[in-house]
Design a protein around this ligand. Structure first.
Ligand code: SF4
Ligand code: SF4
Length: 446
């Protein structure tokens, strides 16, 4: 069977972003296949774990992917500080006599942004509003590559590797079945050590914050890579959960137009016409200049402007996200503009991760030691039928059916944007809706 068919059958999606279906992404021909292994958000550790533990499988899968997309260059891109991981991968490359190359760069944020990474590796700039394919490149996350290896061996995506850090008794790596409640995952780490807390789903810069009460009804998905438990009054909570009306009022009253947000913006530095200071000025003044507001559509929401650059504690990123949402709801699309030159100061304006961690007030968690991976055996899972970009999968099971781990439970027609969904535990289907709930037989019979 063709590689793309295997990937489609196994429901593989990009784990490093919004969950773009991988069988569609890899249906192309390119010059460069880049494996994004930067793990650029602070405190995340799963990709490094996979590079140490599954290096041979990663190289085997990359070779198959490169054959499929006819890539001349196969490149693993990661930070030079990942010494152990580089050694493991290089050993695997040597053992397998592979032509995969390793490309390293310093420890800056957002090194893992697809557009930044493509420039770092190839010195080609993706047009604003474009994708890597526009410059002959396809990028996949290293954890997606591990899922592709499993797909080659007919093992669908049913588990998720997670980093769990912060205010838990035992910070850990977990291998959790998809659909496990976040609250259950925290119990496997000895529980939370304080009364009032919130949870960041994903990395501290781009992740979403949820209340502890929501942890029982929030479930592990194919794209979730970490849980960071922080005090309810933590700096990150105050910054990320401001209401938009307050943010816009602050843009009006406190933005000093210093332009630091624009000067530090990684997309602006690569020549994209994205000027958050102008967007802030337009919003603050209530001037809805279409050309200026359209620039928000090319914001990656990396958070550098908001959590690192702005001396006034303002939130250009959240303003951009708000505008983006409004424009998209009105069907507005970005009209591509010519690129500016790459800024000559770009190298000096990269954000060092150590300073970023200090700004985010996360130093206390940065040297957390995580042991070996713990395999979670769940009693009940709620598996969302939509964990990806595109259409939700259609259920192919009904309440009362007995399913085996790995069995197809939600299907997407071949050629439709979406991904198949599989049972992450064996048991009985007890609900079918937006989620498919499966309970272990032992629990059903109690
Ligand atoms: S950095 Fe802050 S104060 Fe300066 S222009 Fe941007 S939003 Fe305004
Ligand atoms: S979040 Fe801010 S720094 Fe990041 S791309 Fe958007 S405007 Fe630029």
């Amino acid at each position: 069977m063709e590689l793309l068919d295997k990937i489609y059958n196994s429901g593989v999606v990009g784990v490093g972003g919004a969950g773009f279906p991988t069988h569609i992404k890899l249906n192309c021909q390119v010059e460069y296949l880049i494996i994004n292994s930067a793990e650029c958000e602070p405190l995340l550790e799963v990709d490094k774990y996979l590079m140490r533990q599954r290096s041979n499988q990663i190289i085997i899968a990359i070779e198959k992917m490169a054959e499929s997309v006819k890539a001349e260059h196969m490149i693993i891109a990661l930070k030079s500080k990942y010494k152990e991981e580089i050694k493991s991968l290089q050993n695997a490359i040597d053992d397998l006599k592979s032509n995969v190359k390793i490309h390293t760069f310093e420890n800056f944020y957002p090194a893992g942004d697809e557009q930044v990474m493509v420039y770092e590796v190839t010195k080609r700039v993706i047009p604003a509003g474009g994708i890597p394919l526009d410059v002959g490149v396809v990028v996949n996350n290293v954890a997606t590559v591990v899922n592709i290896y499993d797909a080659i061996n007919d093992n669908p995506v049913v588990d998720k590797y997670l980093t769990v850090v912060g205010e838990v008794k035992e910070p850990k790596f977990l291998k959790a079945p998809i659909g496990l409640a976040v609250s259950e995952a925290l119990k496997y780490c000895g529980g939370v050590v304080r009364e009032d807390y919130k949870i960041i789903l994903g990395g501290p810069m781009m992740g979403k914050i949820i209340d502890k009460e929501d942890a029982k009804t929030t479930y592990i998905t194919k794209t979730l890579g970490s849980l960071i438990v922080i005090p309810a009054d933590h700096y990150m909570v105050k910054r990320k959960l401001k209401p938009i009306t307050q943010i816009i009022n602050q843009a009006r009253t406190a933005c000093i137009q210093c332009k630091m947000c624009t000067d530090m913006c990684p997309r602006n530095l690569m020549g994209h016409q994205l000027r958050p200071h102008k967007i802030m000025r337009a919003m603050g003044a209530g001037v809805k200049n279409k050309d200026t507001l359209m620039e928000a559509l090319i914001c990656s929401e990396c958070g550098v402007c908001e959590l690192y650059a702005c001396p006034m504690g303002l939130s250009p990123r959240l303003v951009n996200a708000f505008i983006k949402n409004e424009l998209r709801n009105n069907g507005v699309r970005y009209d591509r503009k010519p690129l500016n030159e790459v800024n000559q100061l770009r190298e000096y304006r990269k954000v060092p991760v150590s300073r970023l961690i200090s700004r985010l007030d996360l130093n206390i968690y940065k040297d957390t030691k995580l042991g070996e991976i713990e395999n979670i055996k769940a009693q009940k899972v709620y598996i969302p039928l939509s964990q990806h970009i595109g259409k939700p999968a259609s259920p192919v099971v009904k309440v009362g059916d007995i399913v085996e781990k790995g069995q197809l439970i939600g299907k997407i027609e071949l050629g439709t944007l979406g991904a198949n969904i599989h049972a992450s535990i064996s048991g009985k289907v007890c609900e079918v809706g937006e989620y498919i709930a499966i309970m272990k037989d032992s629990e059903v019979n109690q």
